[in-house]
Design a protein around this ligand. Sequence first.
Ligand code: THU
Length: 135
Amino acid sequence: MISDRELVDLAFEMLNRSYIPYSKFPVGAAIACADGTVFTGCNVENAAYGSTICAERTALVKAVSEGHQNDLERIAIAGNSADYCWPCGPCRQMLYEFNPNLTVLVARADRQFVSFPLHELLPHGFGPKGLAQAE
Ligand code: THU
């Protein structure tokens, strides 16, 4: 099984795949599944800025579209940032859909990282169960 350190390093490897003509801020991500499969991602920007896709969502959509919906265990997020490269709100929400207990490894430029369960980064999140309606 891939270690946290290795998953973070894979996320850093994705920085040079980022398409970032506008922000010049590369972000990389790597998701580890229970069976050991890893999906990577980078941010992909767009001239219509709001159409940009973050690194975490790139990796997530790759995993889900390849059949990994119920076994996402860890995600590493890497940036060349002085502070830890915290996942944005929409990425937290997208990840929450598939696993509120997902382990989120958040790294900064010196490759140090911290680890949180997703539900601590998105407390009282809205997920599939939230759609249940009262009688
Ligand atoms: N970005 C990510 O890829 N993930 C995040 O969670 C934070 C922001 C990207 C989006 C944009 O391409 C650049 O970082 C600056 O916001």
